[in-house]
Design a protein around this ligand. Structure first.
Ligand SMILES: [Zn+2]
Length: 384
């Protein structure tokens, strides 16, 4: 009895040992396999990332980081600055002349105009005084390639909210001359030009889309050569903008509403309008616009690329791009600041996008629209 009991124990131990060894063997091999793949992927993504121009259409700024003592030449506490752009391989940052919506009267317009000019001047100080050897302002697609070839970083300027224009549409040309190459007609809250997405909260609208001044502003932006940014205005305002505009539009920082139901995102119908119009949607890395089912701290680069995948499937590879909304609420796990930009390329490669496709998503599509908008403006100016 005792003898057979020992025998059984020995058999059990032997079987257990075989399983244990097998598990160790498999685990070791799997681990080796994964780490080899990770290394390959990393080297490949670093190379591919470096070869293409990476462009982020939405980086907010804070004037406290634009002084002689404290500016983007050092690692400021902002999500974007020159050391972070260099570390993460971010080539082009669109710095934003943002103005929050205030009251629609002379005093409000005056304050807003001053705020806008202060921000234009800050961006100019960065490229002209603080770091002219490291970063240069681009005004066109050709500028981007020219400056990139010199090994410098690239600044571009977008205007978020046309409120500072007041009632004077000649300010559009002034802003263009200061370097602005895109502008949205509203932010959160209705402006003198356009209803905002925020009207969905209470279903109270000011213009039922665009005001007459807003419709004029669209045509003036076409004439001057400023891209129309449809992030923030209401759905009806966006519909009217696309209907009136003679040029393709952009959404400088919006994601897909089918995946995250926020009024700042674009629903399938709106995505289809933008495809038809030849424009581009710059998928935004802002947690609250990417997932509505988990806490924002858990939202990651995977979720960003889920939105890119969705929109590429819906409207095609030529109409999708990337934005961060850094220093304006953006930033997710894996792309928490410009120094981690490389992770976005890595995830796109993992999903099977080719180098050519990733290059379109990172900058090709947005720059194509900018060039088209510029050419259309030239035609309008010569025919008038
Ligand atoms: Zn915004």
């Amino acid at each position: 009895m005792l003898k057979s009991k020992n025998y059984i124990i020995i058999i059990i131990l032997a079987i257990a040992s075989i399983y244990l060894l097998k598990t160790i063997y498999v685990a070791t091999n799997v681990e080796l396999d994964v780490s080899e793949k990770t290394i390959d992927m990393t080297i490949e993504s670093i190379e591919i990332h470096k070869e293409m121009i990476t462009l982020d259409t939405h980086c907010d700024i804070n004037l406290k980081n634009f002084t002689n003592q404290n500016n983007y030449t050092v690692n400021t506490d902002s999500q974007v600055n020159l050391p972070k752009m260099i570390n993460g391989g971010l080539d082009v940052a669109w710095f934003i002349v943002f103005t929050g919506q205030g009251s629609l009267n002379k005093n409000g317009y005056k304050r807003a105009y001053k705020n806008a000019i202060d921000k234009f001047e800050a961006i100019h100080r960065l490229v002209e005084e603080y770091a002219p050897d490291q970063i240069e302002l681009a005004l066109s697609e050709e500028d981007v390639y020219r400056i990139n070839a010199k090994g410098k970083k690239i600044a571009m300027i977008g205007v978020e909210n046309a409120y500072p224009l007041g009632e004077d549409l000649s300010n559009i040309e002034k802003f263009y001359n200061l370097g602005a190459r895109y502008m949205s007609l509203a932010h959160n809250g209705h402006s003198q030009f356009s209803d905002s997405n925020t009207g969905e909260e209470d279903n109270i609208w000011m213009h039922n889309g665009l005001s007459d001044k807003g419709k004029e502003a669209i045509l003036e932006m076409n004439r001057i050569g400023i891209m129309i940014d449809v992030s923030h205005p209401s759905k009806e305002a966006i519909r009217q903008m696309i209907e009136i505009s003679n040029a393709p539009v952009i959404a400088s920082h919006s994601s897909a509403r089918s995946l995250c139901n926020h009024s700042r995102n674009l629903d399938d119908e709106q995505l289809d309008w933008i495809k038809k119009n030849g424009g581009v949607v710059q998928t935004v890395a802002l947690a609250g616009y990417l997932r509505d089912d988990i806490s924002t701290e858990l939202v990651s680069v995977k979720d960003l690329v889920d939105h890119i995948d969705y929109m590429v499937k819906r409207i095609g590879i030529d109409h999708v791009g990337i934005s961060s909304d850094f220093d304006g609420g953006g930033g997710i796990q894996g792309w928490s600041d410009a120094s981690e930009t490389f992770n976005v390329t890595k995830e796109l490669l993992k999903r099977g996008y080719t180098k050519e496709e990733i290059s379109k998503i990172w900058s090709g599509n947005l720059l194509r629209v900018l060039t088209e908008v510029t050419e259309i403006a030239k035609n309008i100016q010569t025919n008038n």
